[in-house]
Unconditional design. Structure first.
Lengths: 188, 126
């Protein structure tokens, strides 16, 4: 592996300070969150902005991890693999968390329904819907509670996603959340 | 019934539950299995409300950030506090860092969802 090429690529793509492809575990997620916290301190990000980034990162990473566990079980040969990247936008006014993992058709439909609903809501609508779902879902045992995407959406500027056909009726689910860090600049 | 103490980890909060009527949950909350982590906390609360002769409960939250499944479990805990409030005096303190709008907003959401509970939002100054 040409490690310099990787370094160059990360630098060109807007100071990507954190990227990982492979088996995601809780310990790894906690370690990456620690690294993010240091980055935020170093970059003097405000606490609201930095907790937005951690929360979105954690939500996306745990989604990938839990999804793989539910589908394949612990110790399965189908590892909970995914790619997850955290970076800074070129114009320095935002950060992004971007991920890709493989999902089946059934889950594609489930996720798509949620993301399509989310795309029709503004910030106030998202906050309201999040609270409704949390309240109505108090007795459900769905892992993650099904409100994860709403949690992400209400904390970010915008969401981009795509489902690319892969083998065996499966899809590469690509997801990107863009988080504003200087609200006045972004809105101007 | 005994006190319950759970030490903080990188991804779970410190939990203190005293039978004399004081509870504190402090730190970050994004466990791998949220229901499993909070099961003893919820069980302690249910038992205390059912059996304790103590009339007052003070519960302090100081949560920097949490994942969506923790948000759901905390909502369940507020449900229990809301029940406890019918027979006891329950005081909730939701502490947040002055710079952390998200923690403030989370506290405001709980206040709006549980209007009968006495929830005090308390800004910390470093």
């Amino acid at each position: 592996v040409d490690i310099n090429a990787i370094k160059k690529m990360t630098e060109e793509d807007g100071i990507v300070f954190l990227t990982y492809a492979g088996f995601l575990s809780q310990t790894l997620i906690a370690g990456m969150t620690d690294a993010l916290e240091r980055e935020a301190e170093h970059g003097r990000l405000g606490m609201t902005e930095s907790t937005n980034i951690y929360t979105i990162f954690i939500e996306m990473a745990q989604n990938i991890m839990n999804y793989a566990k539910v589908k394949h079980g612990e110790g399965s040969k189908n590892k909970p693999e995914g790619i997850i990247v955290v970076g800074k936008c070129d114009d320095q006014t935002c950060y992004y968390v971007q991920s890709q993992n493989t999902i089946d058709l059934q889950d594609k439909l489930k996720i798509q329904t949620k993301l399509e609903e989310i795309s029709t809501l503004d910030v106030d609508g998202l906050k309201k819907r999040y609270r409704e779902l949390r309240k109505s879902g108090r007795d459900s045992h769905e892992k993650g509670g099904g409100i994860g995407f709403y949690e992400i959406a209400k904390r970010c500027l915008r969401i981009e996603y795509d489902f690319l056909p892969a083998d065996d009726d499966r899809f590469a689910f690509q997801f990107k959340a863009v988080i504003a860090v200087k609200k006045e600049d972004v809105l101007a | 019934m005994n006190d319950l103490t759970i030490a903080a980890t990188q991804y779970t909060p410190e939990v203190l539950m005293h039978t004399k009527g004081y509870v504190s949950i402090k730190g970050k909350s994004y466990p791998e299995n949220t229901l499993e982590f909070y099961r003893p906390v919820i069980a302690w609360m249910v038992e205390w409300v059912a059996n304790s002769p103590v009339a007052d409960l003070l519960i302090e939250f100081d949560i920097i950030y949490f994942n969506s499944s923790s948000s759901k479990v905390l909502f369940g805990l507020f449900d229990l506090l809301n029940d406890a409030h019918k027979t006891r005096h329950v005081q909730v303190i939701w502490s947040y860092d002055l710079d952390n709008e998200n923690a403030l907003e989370a506290g405001e959401d709980f206040s709006e969802d549980f209007p009968e509970l006495d929830i005090r939002l308390s800004a910390k100054k470093d």
